[in-house]
Ligand binder design. Structure first.
Ligand code: ZN
Length: 317
């Protein structure tokens, strides 16, 4: 079956939470057998194994899930972004989320395959596979001489290294903090005392549905790994980070494919009333700020609850 590559928001959501389970019969999917993402005859989204393949009427793509990080995010997972007032105004005015280019982040490991000290190990692993592939002729083909095997294996390695480097320049990311409540550390980082800022709260499901549907966007939880022991997955390096950043508890929306590496970032249209579950004014802002914020949000025609920060709650003794 030809794959069409067509993803609607439902299919993206389904794929991001199904991973190694057939969504139709709940079977655990065997490793090394592709899953199928697509649509049933009535147009509803399906993520199934070979067990339930007949349910697929239109195939969007095969999913080689075991090559990927476990990126599942529960649809109701609360996601936060902390920002200063200028950034929030820009969001209201432009109705776009700005996706940053992966190589523009501070973290030098964005999109990395692993530690430089283990580069040779990674190269040797792929070279061994490529030698096998090149050495094995198709049925009826003639065996390839040794020097040609080595030359071609090295050429394949060089090309996947180039892809990894290019991916960093053509992958765009919007970062979110997954947390059931607020984070004082992030308030202090993004809206320090003396400034006025906000935290916007959404959910994974709202984010998926608020983003412009035709955009090819994947939402997933970042994996925090010890690169002394692991390499990043080849296809989804952008979801792997160093363990030392685990406190970020990040869920990211990622946009890639046929994107220009001339762009510093990618503005993606967003439906604000679908996105915003609540807006929280900074607990460090002046007392008049919440009222200003409420009238500002109202002026943009949005009906979003403005909630007091948890940090303002009073103790009793
Ligand atoms: Zn099944």
């Amino acid at each position: 079956m030809e794959s069409t590559g067509r993803f609607n928001a439902d299919l993206r959501a389904l794929r991001s939470r199904s991973y190694d389970r057939c969504q139709s019969c709940e079977e655990q999917l065997p490793r090394d057998v592709a899953a199928y993402a697509g649509y049933a005859l009535d147009g509803s989204a399906r993520y199934v194994g070979a067990c339930c393949l007949p349910e697929i009427y239109e195939l969007a793509t095969h999913v080689y899930w075991w090559w990927e990080a476990d990126k599942r995010v529960e649809p109701e997972t609360a996601l936060w972004r902390y920002m200063d007032l200028a950034k929030f105004l820009l969001l209201l005015e432009e109705k776009t989320l700005f996706f940053s280019r992966a190589d523009k982040f501070d973290d030098p490991f964005e999109g990395a395959s692993g530690l430089a000290t283990r580069e040779k190990e990674w190269d040797d692993f792929y070279l061994a596979h490529f030698r096998d592939v090149v050495r094995t002729p198709p049925p009826g083909g003639t065996p390839v001489p040794d020097e040609a095997v080595e030359h071609n294996a090295q050429r394949l390695l060089a090309s996947i290294r180039q892809i990894a480097a290019r991916d960093r320049r053509t992958t765009f990311v919007s970062c979110w903090h997954a947390n059931s409540g607020e984070s004082e550390a992030l308030w202090r980082l993004y809206c320090p005392p003396g400034s006025s800022g906000v935290a916007i709260k959404t959910t994974a499901n709202r984010l998926l549905h608020a983003l412009d549907p035709p955009a090819q966007i994947e939402i997933g939880r970042v994996q925090y790994v010890d690169f002394r022991r692991s390499f990043a997955g080849f296809h989804d390096r952008i979801f792997w980070k160093r363990k030392s950043l685990a406190h970020e508890s990040e869920v990211r929306a990622v946009c890639r494919g046929n994107l220009s590496d001339d762009w510093a970032g990618l503005p993606v249209s967003v439906d604000l009333s679908a996105l915003l579950e609540q807006v929280v004014p900074s607990p460090f802002a002046p007392a008049w700020f919440p009222n200003l914020l409420a009238s500002l949000v109202g002026r943009f025609g949005l009906k979003v609850p403005i909630e007091d920060s948890e940090l303002l709650a009073q103790p009793f003794f």
